[in-house]
Unconditional design. Sequence first.
Length: 225
Amino acid sequence: MIMKTTLLRFIRAALVLALPAAVAQAGEITLYTHSNFNGPALTLRGETPDLVPYNFNDRASSVVVRSGTWQLCEHADFRGRCMVVERGEYPVLAGFNDIISSVREIGGREERNDRWDRNDRNDRNEGHGRHWGRDEDRGRGNGREPIELFSQAGFNGARLGLHNEVRTLVDYDFNDQAGSIIVNEGRWELCEHADFGGRCIVLEPGRYENLDNMNNRISSLRRLR
């Protein structure tokens, strides 16, 4: 009887100690209606398949992730294009401004389409803007996406990684911005107008530190093979 009582006390103590740890691991994200963390805000700590009940559908323009890794999608129930944000501050949501309809914490799972990782402090201070993908992967051709576009020469500035054809880069807030490119696989056609119009260039796998006459003029692209 004494051993049973001691065991029960031990289990209760273990549960009490485990509870704070579980709470500490819960993620927290705050959405703001305006860029630079201005306007009305909404803080979430759990899966939210539809922001309509919160009167926050298609309203988020900046985000602060206090803990966890979060997936933000353009449609309810985590459908459509999604972005992934980790702990940090995102003063603008280029390409996702005012279109987010569902949010959930995903931890380390690989259910992600377009991945956003926060800028490091130096890049924010120097005004380089947003970054798609990890900073340490920029310009290294790690094969994460078949093609990577950078807003500045030398694989600097904002980065956009793509898997499929894009009829207009306006949808990604990257129109007429590409200044250098890494082709990790395939053969790609890049054109100066939407829907593959105007002058085009074809790039094979390789690293293109500058785009010469096509610099800041690319509006659409597609994979040829």
